[in-house]
Ligand binder design. Structure first.
Ligand SMILES: [Zn+2]
Length: 609
């Protein structure tokens, strides 16, 4: 690799035909040249690295060529073409407006315009990043653009068309350059690799092309790096290691876990990813893309939108067949929500974990929804509130908080000091889970344990026919299985907020501050219909509320006769101004909630700023 020339330069196309991914546009330009119908100014718009400057240079060379080929391409042999190819032609002037955007720069360019070409027919002026010109420079340039000499041609290039003044736009023929498709990039990389005698794996080129996001220049520069890192053998493993890209195998595994409702395994697998040094935000983004890819693989019509290699295509299709469409829609939305909230979130890990928990329960919720849809129609009028209460009693025995239900808002502050207080604070789940990470995940999983039991009965419904009799208790309400776990009653947001206030009203005197706060921050209901969110302004209130979470959840579940109700605490956006804690205190508090954070800090030798 002694005389190493970057591939982007070495393999820069020299004719319109070799420009990749802009076929329609180059054909139009070729035709215009052949028919001698040239505009005096062109505007090339498009993202970086897709061939705008390259096309401008080819255009300049072609219109000056002495022996055009019948196809309208430059011959690359005449004196003019050679001068262009060797970079010594006097008929091309390039100005990078990003760094030369003053009036003086434009004036000296205008001076050049006045001088006719000594050889050849046209002088071509390329102004790159034209939107960066100062207003004064724009105005100075406008006059020349309006009435240029016949031999002058302008090619303006921009990545941001909306920033180009309308007066300029209206004087130019506009060409839109598009992102180059992954397939086109891969094909080009493959040909470069062959010429350079570099071994490559198809998957590796695919990853590079995806990373380049439609820009050939970026793709080639990544490719060069990979070649030098990997000693001429560009493998998939090499590339994802060097580009720090998460192996998509993880996403296939996650999707399988979601479908099998294996919540705990999801959390563990996510932990593994974090330990390998990947960022949770990138992970969620990648997961969303994976789910999107699954969605497009479901249908032959959208299949062309799937930018993966042929061997991967089969794998995507196979997994897509296992995913119900509804699951994919919801999962993508959950990932998207997580992605949107990620930056603002104080406890990012928790946010991702919560999302994974929701994802892993989507299909189990699904089956529940279906039955819940049928059941209340028959049961609700019969059982009403009266008979549902006894049904909920055995369920509560596990939670020890049967009392609050028995004494609703009737006796407010007088007696509660004696009894129900004890539970909210003393609920073992508040202290005991310290060894495990992330308190909020615990109640959800523990609370769902009984439900997980039902799920595992239903899960195999596809294969085992004997479960059907178990899973359909609908006709006979006397069914034993239904009593301890369900029925989950539908409820409204008003019901929820009333129950929330009732809980606050029953808090003991020493919790008066919490009670007051609870009354000002009313919960909102999430899209899944059973999760409700409470928005808090700082982590102090958050941790206070977290301690009460198990008690609140069990109280509200009980009150509304729905065992699936879950509470989630969100720190409100823009809440940093009301911060009460120093960074050190916040850290310590977070460690208390999530001990593995400490390990993370120690492993990576991180420090607080
Ligand atoms: Zn020529």
């Amino acid at each position: 690799m002694e005389n190493f020339i970057v591939s982007a330069r070495k393999y820069r196309p020299s004719t319109f035909d070799t420009v990749i991914g802009q076929k329609g546009l180059t054909t139009t330009l070729k035709n215009a040249i052949r028919e001698d119908k040239l505009a005096h100014a062109y505007l090339f718009c498009g993202p970086r690295g897709v061939g705008k400057t390259t096309c401008a240079r080819i255009f300049a060379k072609t219109i000056n060529c002495e022996h055009l080929t019948p196809e309208g391409e430059a011959c690359n042999e005449c004196e003019s073409c050679r001068a262009f190819n060797e970079g010594r032609s006097l008929n091309i002037h390039e100005l990078d407006a990003a760094s030369n955007n003053s009036v003086e720069d434009i004036r000296s360019l205008i001076d050049q315009v006045r001088i006719p070409p000594q050889v050849g027919r046209y002088k071509v002026f390329i102004i790159d990043e034209v939107h960066m010109l100062s207003t004064a420079a724009f105005n100075a340039f406008l006059k020349t653009l309006e009435e240029p000499p016949a031999y002058a041609k302008f090619i303006l290039a921009t990545t941001e068309r909306h920033k180009v003044l309308p007066t300029i736009l209206s004087r130019c023929q506009v060409y839109d350059f598009y992102r180059i498709s992954v397939g086109d990039i891969v094909e080009h990389l493959r040909s470069v690799a062959a010429k350079e005698n570099v071994q490559t794996e198809e998957e590796a080129l695919m990853v590079i092309a995806q990373k380049a996001d439609g820009g050939m220049r970026d793709a080639l520069s990544i490719f060069d790096q990979m070649v030098s890192y990997s000693d001429g053998n560009v493998t998939y493993k090499n590339v994802i290691d060097n580009l720090n890209i998460l192996d998509y195998d993880y996403f296939f595994r996650f999707t399988d876990l979601f479908l099998e409702n294996k919540t705990a395994d999801c959390i563990l697998l996510f932990n593994e990813i974090l330990q390998r040094g990947f960022d949770g935000g990138n992970f969620i983004g990648g997961l969303a893309s994976h789910l999107r890819d699954l969605l497009v693989s479901r249908d032959a019509v959208t299949l062309p939108l799937l930018d993966v290699s042929d061997e991967m295509r089969g794998r995507y299709q196979a997994q897509a067949q296992k995913c119900p469409q509804k699951f994919l829609y919801r999962a993508i939305r959950l990932c998207n929500d997580c992605d949107l909230n990620y930056r603002a979130s104080r406890n990012k890990r928790l946010l991702v974990e919560l999302t994974l928990i929701q994802l892993s329960q989507l299909t189990s919720d699904d089956s529940d929804d279906a039955s819940a849809g049928r059941r209340p129609a028959q049961l609700k009028p019969i059982f009403g509130t009266a008979s549902a209460a006894p049904a909920s009693l055995p369920k509560n025995s596990t939670q020890t908080s049967a009392q609050p239900a028995a004494q609703p808002a009737a006796q407010p502050t007088a007696q509660p000091t004696a009894q129900p207080i004890a539970q909210p604070t003393a609920t073992p789940s508040a202290q005991s889970p310290t060894p495990s990470q992330g308190i909020p995940t615990i109640p959800r999983m523990a609370g769902g344990r009984s439900r997980l039991g039902t799920v595992s009965i239903r899960a195999p419904r596809g294969q085992a026919p004997e479960t059907t009799q178990e899973a359909e208790p609908t006709p006979s309400p006397v069914q034993q299985t239904a009593a301890p776990t369900s029925p989950d009653m539908p409820f409204s947001i008003e019901d929820l907020q009333t129950a929330w206030r009732a809980f606050a009203g029953e808090l003991p005197r020493e919790d008066i501050a919490t009670a007051g706060r609870m009354n000002t921050m009313l919960p909102t209901l999430e899209a899944d219909g059973t999760t409700f969110s409470v928005s808090v302004v700082n982590s102090l209130i958050e941790s206070d509320l977290k301690k009460k979470k198990p008690a609140i959840e069990s109280y509200i579940r009980n009150k509304l006769h729905n065992s699936r109700i879950t509470m989630q605490i969100v720190i409100a956006e823009g809440a940093t101004s009301t911060r009460l804690l120093t960074p050190r205190q916040q850290y310590e508090e977070m460690v208390q909630q999530n001990p593995s954070l400490k390990q993370l800090m120690e492993t990576f030798e991180l420090d607080l700023v």
